[in-house]
Design a protein around this ligand. Structure first.
Ligand code: AHR
Length: 500
């Protein structure tokens, strides 16, 4: 099979906002307790932060981490987790039916984020709380001094404000599973009033209003239209969440799901622009894809723990062990986000450690990298530049639910200063390799720097603390003739081709 790609640097789509490589830490399972924070562990520093985890987070160069939820935030009492640890009390977390000891809270997270080299994307509770408490939290975090909550922060040892610039107005408020779930009129008004008040307090912040929990929600896309009609003038982004799974055991169709993600993005952009036109506004609302990943392997375990073993600290919830085909889907989702860099400005791989995560910890032992670690690493390392419109001529193959889909999915990112062009490509044809002809017409003098690939004979191959079955390899087989490049994308493969 043959694919032709034409890439010309004149056809620029948009600069990539580095926050597209964000991630997420929720008070859920072993993300915090036993994940980023494990006092007494051999690698824990003086603050109880696991340094082996920090090293891998830094390797991924995550620019922003969303916190503290997720579903957890909808009954979040931030006051429980600040001040002297000896005075903090435990609370029942209703979202995950776990015990929250509150020994790790907001102050600890900001310290951890500084060590990880990442910014904080904070969420407020619009489930069981509202505008007043959101403002109190903002005052605690961002106001310098001389007020009730800013002075409380100073009393807690943080003289300087945390200066958190990015805030989520609740989480998945359209979902009936959410504590304090709202209908679209209720949430639209609450989001509007909370955004208005928060921006009065600190006009330098940016706000994300909740969109739909996934594209299949019955209220999608009316939810986006109705809520934005309320809050349009005060918010900056609308959120999208989407997880995919291969419950049916149909790998070809599983790999076609990124086409749905593409449609999801198009529809949300259309709704934003519809409301913009109605409002006669000159501002665009951008997209924050602040939860995305593969999530399905651990669903039975989740039901069992939540129903039969509730109120544990750090239970093994959502501990998906990812396989090779999951890494391909994560790669496809990354390509889809990058292709829409003109409107998707923030995205958070959900999540970062232990909970549907690229990084796993052993309670007594070390850390290990899941298969999905690698496409995320490559995109974060080489995907910061300008997205170039690629003209792609590739065959199609049949799938059970998505019909005919393209064999190759790809995106090109140009880093002008570094004089580097990177092409990310997945061959999602499971049967046949793909002969690629690349026409790099405007990249005179460029040669091949490297070709990295993630391949496996076994779509179900996994990594573990004992063995790394899925890891990237360097492939030297790229032939260049002037600005023409010839190479092969193996069947079922993730590829990073770098020119410079
Ligand atoms: O990331 C896991 C959960 O998925 C989050 O808590 C929630 O927002 C979503 O449903």
């Amino acid at each position: 099979r043959k694919t032709k790609m034409t890439i010309d640097k004149a056809y620029r789509i948009s600069q990539v906002d580095k926050r597209i490589f964000g991630s997420f830490i929720e008070h859920l399972g072993r993300a915090v307790y036993g994940g980023i924070y494990q006092p007494g562990h051999a690698s824990a520093d003086e603050e109880g932060f696991r340094q082996d985890v920090l090293e891998l987070v830094r390797e991924l160069r995550v620019p922003v981490v969303r916190y503290p939820g997720g579903n957890y935030v909808s009954n979040y009492f931030w006051e429980d987790g600040v001040g002297p640890v000896s005075e903090r009390r435990a609370r029942l977390d209703l979202a995950w039916r776990s015990l929250e000891p509150n020994t790790f809270g907001l102050g600890e997270f900001t310290k951890w984020a500084a060590k990880a080299g990442t910014d904080v994307m904070m969420a407020v509770n619009l489930g069981t709380r509202g505008t007043k408490d959101a403002c109190n939290l903002l005052e605690y975090c961002n106001h310098p001094s001389g007020t009730k909550y800013s002075d409380l922060r100073r009393k807690h040892g943080a003289e300087h404000p945390y200066n958190i610039k990015l805030w989520c107005l609740g989480n998945e408020m359209d979902g009936e599973w959410q504590i304090g779930h709202k209908n679209m009129q209720e949430y639209g008004r609450l989001s509007e009033e909370t955004a208005k008040a928060m921006k009065l307090m600190d006009p330098s912040i940016e706000l994300v209003t909740c969109g739909s929990s996934f594209m299949g929600m019955p209220t999608f896309p009316q939810w986006e239209a109705t809520t934005l009609e309320c809050s349009y003038d005060y918010v900056d982004y609308i959120s999208l969440h989407q997880y995919y799974g291969n419950e049916a055991g149909d790998s070809a169709d599983f790999l076609a799901l990124s086409d749905d993600m593409e449609e999801f993005i198009h529809t949300v952009v259309s709704v934003c622009d519809f409301v913009k036109a109605k409002k006669r506004s000159r501002r665009n609302i951008h997209l924050s894809f602040d939860e995305w990943n593969v999530w399905y392997h651990s669903k039975d375990q989740e039901v069992d723990i939540m129903q039969n073993h509730p109120w544990q600290i750090g239970p093994r919830l959502l501990e998906d062990h990812y396989n090779f085909e999951d890494a391909l889907v994560v790669g496809l989702m990354l390509i889809t986000l990058l292709k829409h860099a003109d409107r998707v400005k923030i995205a958070c791989l959900a999540q970062l450690v232990n909970v549907i995560a690229p990084i796993m910890t052993d309670p007594q032992g070390g850390v290990w990298k899941q298969t999905i670690f690698y496409p995320f690493l490559h995109a974060s390392m080489y995907g910061r530049g300008e997205v170039i419109q690629t003209i792609l001529d590739t065959p199609v193959h049949e799938t059970s639910r998505h019909g005919a889909v393209t064999d190759v999915v790809s995106v090109a990112v140009f880093r002008e200063e570094e004089e580097e062009l990177t092409v990310f490509a997945v061959n999602r044809n499971l049967e046949e390799d793909q002969q690629i002809h690349m026409d790099l017409r405007s990249f005179e003098g460029y040669g091949i720097l490297e070709k990295i690939e993630l391949v496996s004979e076994d779509l179900k191959a996994e990594n573990s603390i004992y063995e790394e079955n899925v890891k990237p390899v360097r492939d030297k087989e790229v032939r260049m003739d002037g600005q023409m490049a010839e190479l092969v994308l193996k069947k079922a493969s993730w590829n990073v081709i770098r020119f410079g």
